[in-house]
Write a protein that binds this ligand. Structure first.
Ligand code: DMJ
Length: 681
């Protein structure tokens, strides 16, 4: 003890500093007199002490600086964090990082976009000339965002490596992974927030790594042999003609304007390419598919700060990517789907869980439409097939959970004999009072997805989905179905204010015969089949009664025999947008019955499109189907022409009516086939 005390004293810095030569010698002597093992122990202790002091100071300072930096940036811009993190990495090597970023840039511009300033920034006045303008920002109160970076987000943000999906691992040299709560152990709201904060992650790790982890679950891909007869070849030729015009004049843009030979932008997501992927795959257009695939891989970006419509992007882009993934087995499509799925999730941050209609994919915020506080009922109920498929494909439940909640909410609301008003409020979760009831615009695919979701999930008995569907079709039969006075055409009208019958039917409603026969095939009552047949005939009439053999957007029906025609079209409703619904129904009738009459009906209409809609650079929408000499070309080739109309024509004309087996696949509302899953036990 005494010796220890002496040593302690002589080692104190002040004493050492004032000691003379003699003192130093006596100190050395005293040191030498100590037993060797004691000296070693002391050296070890002092070294450990110094190292600890050094480490603590440096480490604390580093960690403090790092966390402060992260927090400050989180407040300023919560979703840009990833870009900044490498700069705070104590292990990072600036030159190496530069090289890695450059390599990633060469390989994946889309990934680079997420980390470097955009070389082609969006013009400040971001205008849209589409049907609906989604460009302007909403007022701040109406916009929801995830709260700024809480603790759960940090581990995910820290766990990164530069890989093909563009994420960055700052802990490259650390052997032990950071401990984090497994994503499925977070409560649902936290899972939702976590997915939104880290759109390049799945389950807390990079999407790519997650997909590697679930390798055995991944899709294997399907084989298609291409056209086998003249009609199918004619459809393939129509597809190629459309594609060539799009490639030449609108490549990478949403749509083609085939008359002016220009592009049309809506969401800036290359809609035509993504929507057409699975059609090309099914048609066996390998070269075109490969080119489109590479565009998706290298150029499809979701990080642009731009409002998009949740429903449209879900059915066209998410549905298109997922379908391309299932058919081709290429996981790049699943990877893109997962990022997009995460970026769409802010829509579900509403108080009720009913999604907002608009999402800003780059900003990760969501809001109601600018023109109304309400979402369309069909839009919030026509995202479920896609979000569920994303969950089942990635083994991450959050996507399915949020859309199941929408199902539950809507199920609980009061309806009119199973029929729903066409507007619903995302804040209150209730239908708009006195809104119209319609199986056309804003109502249509609510009914379609009740049946198709039930099929997708293995057709469980007593599932609310199928109970609601059956009740709704009863409502259609009792409240909306009528016959014309002379020719007895069956049609589905609307209830204005939820009660006053209007004999108006959108072309959109012509999807219903197909859905009804699909339901009948899956056990629904014969009354559904009878309605399906009658309605199919009427829809055919809406084409055949015009000299162009093309249907108008909206048809009206006589209520009494005093009216001149049983079916008539008003001048403002006489346009044709190349819509698919009737061809879709013909396809279901052929696929389910094998009756080739439906093929012949489809062939007549295909030829009408060839005659009136085909132009040098593609196929165009028309302003007037009532006069062959004055069709008034409207100059837009919608992406659904490629994803749906031509796909359904092609499948309708197939010699093999099970080219897509309806027991194994369910088409989403944009014509993208997704797999049917076995029932959950
Ligand atoms: C497509 O985008 C989808 O079919 C949607 O469900 C309704 N509208 C168009 C086609 O008409």
């Amino acid at each position: 003890m005494k010796e220890n005390g002496h040593i302690t004293l002589t080692l104190s810095s002040g004493a050492v500093a004032s000691t003379d030569e003699r003192g130093r010698k006596s100190l050395r002597r005293a040191w030498n007199q100590l037993p060797r093992c004691q000296r070693n122990l002391i050296i070890l202790g002092v070294t450990a002490f110094c190292v600890t002091v050094l480490l603590c100071l440096t480490g604390d300072q580093l960690i403090a600086a790092s966390i402060k930096d992260v927090e400050e940036k989180a407040i300023a811009s919560p979703y840009q964090l990833r870009r900044e993190i490498p700069l705070q990495n104590p292990h990072h090597h600036p030159d190496k990082d530069k090289d890695l970023i450059a390599a990633a840039a060469a390989a994946t511009p889309s990934a680079l976009d997420r980390r470097l300033p955009n070389p082609n920034p969006e013009p400040a006045d971001d205008k849209f000339d589409g049907n609906i303008a989604y460009g302007e920002a909403n007022s701040a109160e109406n916009v929801v965002r995830v709260p700024d970076t809480p603790a759960v987000a940090l581990p995910a943000l820290l766990d990164k490596t530069v890989d093909n999906d563009g994420s960055i691992d700052i802990l490259n040299n650390v052997e032990e992974p950071i401990e984090r709560l497994p994503i499925e152990q977070l409560d649902e709201r936290e899972q939702l927030n976590e997915a939104i904060r880290s759109p390049l992650h799945l389950g807390g790790i990079s999407i790519k790594r997650h997909l590697k982890k679930i390798q055995p679950l991944l899709a294997k891909g399907q084989h298609f042999h291409g056209a086998t007869n003249e009609r199918q070849s004619a459809v393939v030729a129509a597809f190629k003609h459309s594609w060539a015009g799009y490639q030449k004049y609108a490549w990478g843009h949403d749509n083609l304007k085939p008359v002016s030979q220009f592009s049309h932008e809506w969401f800036g997501l290359g809609l035509t390419i993504v929507d057409a992927l699975d059609t090309m795959y099914i048609m066996g257009l390998d070269e075109e598919f490969k080119e489109a695939r590479d565009w998706v891989d290298l150029s499809l970006r979701f990080s642009t700060k731009r409002d998009v419509n949740l429903f449209e992007v879900t059915i066209r882009v998410l549905g298109g990517l997922l379908s391309a993934y299932h058919l081709s087995g290429d996981t790049m499509f699943l990877s893109k789907s997962a990022e997009l799925g995460n970026r769409l999730l802010p829509a579900f941050l509403s108080p009720s869980g009913i999604p907002y209609s608009d999402v800003n994919l780059g900003d990760l915020s969501a809001h109601s439409p600018k023109w109304s506080p309400d979402s369309s009922t069909s839009e919030v109920t026509t995202i479920q097939l896609e979000f569920r498929d994303l969950s089942r494909s990635t083994n991450i439940s959050i996507y399915e959970n949020v859309v199941n909640k929408v199902n539950e909410k809507v199920h609980e609301l009061d309806k009119t004999d199973g029929l729903v008003p066409i507007f619903i409020n995302a804040n209150t979760g209730t239908f708009r009072n006195y809104a119209t009831i319609s199986l056309g615009a804003r109502g249509d695919s609510y009914y379609e997805y009740l049946l198709k979701q039930w099929i997708q999930t293995g057709r469980n008995d007593n599932d609310n989905l199928i109970l609601d569907y059956m009740q709704a079709i009863d409502g259609v039969l009792t409240k909306l179905m009528r016959r014309t006075p002379r020719e007895h055409w069956v049609y589905i009208g609307e209830l204005i204010n939820g009660k006053d019958f209007k004999p108006k039917m959108d072309h959109l409603t012509c999807y219903l015969p197909g859905t009804l026969i699909l339901g009948h095939q899956n056990g629904m009552p014969d009354s559904h089949l009878i309605l399906a047949r009658d309605l199919l005939d009427t829809c055919y009439q809406t084409y055949m009664q015009h000299p162009t053999h093309l249907a108008a957007e909206i048809s009206y029906f006589a209520l009494t025999d005093k009216e001149e025609h049983d079916i008539y079209v008003k001048p403002n409703d006489a346009h044709n947008l190349l819509r698919p619904e009737f061809i879709e129904s013909l396809y279901y009738f052929y696929a389910i019955t094998g009756n080739r009459t439906y093929q012949d009906m489809g062939w007549t209409i295909f030829q009408a499109f060839e005659t009136h809609a085909k132009v040098n650079a593609g196929y165009t929408s028309l302003g007037n189907v009532r006069n062959t000499q004055n069709t008034r070309m409207r100059d837009l080739m919608e992406s659904f022409w490629l994803s749906e109309t031509l796909k359904y024509f092609y499948l309708l004309f197939s010699d093999n009516r099970k080219e897509i087996d309806l027991d194994q696949w369910v088409f989403n509302s944009e014509g993208h086939p997704l797999p049917v899953y076995p029932p959950k036990t």
